[in-house]
Design a protein around this ligand. Sequence first.
Ligand SMILES: Cc1cc2nc3c(=O)[nH]c(=O)nc-3n(C[C@H](O)[C@H](O)[C@H](O)COP(=O)(O)OP(=O)(O)OC[C@H]3O[C@@H](n4cnc5c(N)ncnc54)[C@H](O)[C@@H]3O)c2cc1C
Length: 320
Amino acid sequence: MEFIIPEEIKEMPVEEDKLYDLIIIGAGPAGMTAAVYAARKKLDTLVISKNVGGQTLLASAVETYMGYQFITGQELMRKFEEQVRQFPIPLLIGEEVKKLSVQDKLFAVLTSNGKNFKGKAVIIASGRRARSLKVPREKELIGRGVSYCATCDAPLFAGMVVAVIGSGNPAITAVNDLTKYAKKIHSIVRASVKADPILVEKAERSGKVEFLSGYAVKEIRGEDKVERIVIKGIKGDEEVVLDVGGVFIDIGAIPNVEFARDVVKLNELKEIEVDCDCKTRAAGIFAAGDVTNAPEKQIIVAAGEGAKATLSAYHYLIES
Ligand SMILES: Cc1cc2nc3c(=O)[nH]c(=O)nc-3n(C[C@H](O)[C@H](O)[C@H](O)COP(=O)(O)OP(=O)(O)OC[C@H]3O[C@@H](n4cnc5c(N)ncnc54)[C@H](O)[C@@H]3O)c2cc1C
């Protein structure tokens, strides 16, 4: 059955002069779930986001979101959006939050277009972005062999030869995830492997992994999908071409926290520190999903944390 968004609430007006109960920054899985919970608590809420869907839009196949054995990331996010738009919640999309500040126990949000909004509470659900290699064809081949998430995409590479780029625990964990599916894994490491020995030993025991230390990726090749990568020795000019069907890039992620770094506490990875109620160190500011120090970065986790953040914000609002 076709989902129909009620006409009268399709485009709720966004008002600059108003004091909102709650401002949610980000409309990925965490922000959209937070918005639905806020609507059900009848909080006067505004959602501000650069886009609708966040990183999940890049997931070619999601097999870990309960209720769907298989769904593309784009389709799942469309369903999230439909659910949000059933409620009278204004969504300001295409707008980047530049600054979050505290003014007399209220919160001021300044956007890239110079708009100002005020809220009694804020949920930061701005997610993160993968650190990219910045090499030719990387961007064009995302979802066509280039992946930033082995937990999500490893099963799609069954029987193939792949490369994993990165030297830390996440990269070698990705290598180990891939040993269950791929035929062979080239583990490309710039200097030396920094992951825990237990992870490295596990990879070696699989008999499927070739460690190539001292190389950086020069370019990814392929028209419609990844076909090979060119790696270059970091000392000297030696170049090696590897035929691979997939490239997993695991060289870290950057939390989208630039606008909030003056008001919340960040950990050493620049993630917002939250407690198990999604409270930050600043009363009235909550955070949820990949932008936080919550350990697992997954859609279902982000959605759950988004729900918790709104319920915590609700208690804060009725108690303050
Ligand atoms: C390629 C890929 C495949 C994946 N596959 C899977 C999978 O199969 N299964 C799974 O469970 N997980 C998967 N993940 C992980 C999953 O996508 C994330 O865990 C999830 O999207 C986190 O949700 P979030 O709402 O916390 O953040 P995001 O999804 O990052 O959403 C953040 C939102 O905030 C907005 N935003 C950011 N900065 C600002 C700003 N300054 N102002 C306004 N808005 C802002 C963004 O536009 C976005 O809408 C995958 C990730 C990637 C990259």
